[in-house]
Design a protein around this ligand. Structure first.
Ligand code: TXA
Ligand code: MG
Length: 334
């Protein structure tokens, strides 16, 4: 199959809507990462998404909606603080898990009796959902296991020949996937950190952070969010996250432990003898650039990547969560 890339605009979303109505799938831009979209109410469309990504069937998809009222169409009930959170954070990087009703196929929810919802913050993508008239199921548009795509060409590199269309909306402004929350008796639990931070949610309700956000999930612990148990965001190179007290310690470690195929993701350039890729400034920029620098390291032939551990505060928590997975939990504490 030939994969077409079209800039997203009023014409291309009409074309995309026709494809999606026929049961086809297409990659779409959002403010977080590119998604691989299909009709979330159609088991057949959803199966195409899983096949193209090579995604395990028990890893559920997010339904992307353009109108908060749609929550009532596809759930048994809308949990208490959900509407308040939707009003404050939608459209935006917040995904909320709710009990699903019979209109949502088990293929979409990975066999669970809950389903996740998000309203993406991209005006054309929202219009596209309206044109379709059904929610778009969309996981990140990468091959399962690789870093999520933040540019149309990342999607093309992973899925060329496997999907008919990529709508190009430029670089994703936030760059990491949405915050995923489940509702608890007391408030909410963060299953995956993202652009809507624990600090931001705390202004509206009680917030817990699932242990799996910063730690691995042992065999004994069942993942609340199935996606958390899989190897994730990994470039081909082996990533090591370095926890250290200051830059001097970091530089000293690198200069003792590098070889010709080692790349360091850092903005400390002069003192480091290994090859570097510029990275590491504000948490916003780190979030926006992380997946793209991981892909770049692969393109440059990196075998080993060293990167300093980010602080686990605010958006830094999301960056930490993706990095520790990219590193397959290999953390070196100095
Ligand atoms: O920003 C995003 O969320 C992007 C864009 C495209 O919207 N999408 C995305 O989808 O990251 P995906 O499929 O790559 O990640 C969805 C995560 C997975 O970890 C999945 O296990 C979890 O959400 N999830 C989805 N439905 C769930 C449910 N019913 N219960 C628990 N976890 C759920
Ligand atoms: Mg993903």
């Amino acid at each position: 199959m030939e994969t077409q890339i079209l800039p997203i605009n009023d014409n291309s979303i009409k074309f995309a809507a026709e494809l999606l109505k026929k049961g086809e799938i297409a990659a779409i831009p959002t403010e977080t990462v590119y998604g691989l979209a299909g009709n979330g109410l159609s088991a057949e469309s959803v199966k195409k998404i899983f096949a193209a990504k090579n995604r395990p069937a028990d890893n559920p998809l997010i339904l992307h909606i353009s109108d908060t009222d749609w929550l009532y169409r596809y759930t048994k009930s809308v949990p208490h603080p959900a509407l308040k959170l939707a009003e404050r954070f939608w459209p935006g990087p917040l995904t909320m898990i709710m009990p699903k009703n019979g209109l949502v196929p088990d293929e979409t929810s990975g066999g669970l009796n809950t389903v996740a919802f998000r309203m993406p913050d991209n005006k054309y993508t929202l219009k596209l959902i309206e044109l379709c008239g059904f929610p778009l199921a969309a996981p990140s548009a990468n091959l399962s296991g690789l870093p999520s795509p933040t540019e149309a060409r990342h999607v093309y590199n992973d899925l060329n020949g496997k999907i008919p269309l990529i709508l190009d909306g430029g670089s994703c402004s936030f760059g990491l996937e949405s915050t995923v929350i489940a509702f608890t008796e007391k408030g909410v639990k963060i299953l995956r950190p993202g652009g809507v931070t624990p600090e931001m949610l705390s202004e509206y309700c009680y917030v817990e952070i699932d242990k799996a956000v910063t730690e691995g999930i042992g065999e004994e612990r069942k993942a609340l969010s199935p996606g958390m148990k899989y190897k994730h965001y990994s470039p081909k190179a082996e990533v090591y996250m370095i926890e250290c007290v200051d830059n001097d310690q970091f530089v000293e470690f690198i200069n003792k432990n590098y070889d010709k195929n080692t790349f360091v993701l850092t903005n400390i350039r002069e003192e480091i003898r290994a090859k570097t890729i510029p990275y590491g400034s504000t948490s916003e920029r780190d979030a926006a650039e992380l997946f793209s620098v991981l892909r770049k390291a692969d393109e440059l032939g990196a075998e080993k990547i060293y990167v300093k551990a980010p602080a686990k505060k605010g958006i830094g928590l999301a960056v930490y969560n993706r990095l520790i997975r990219a590193a397959a939990f290999k953390v070196i504490k100095l």
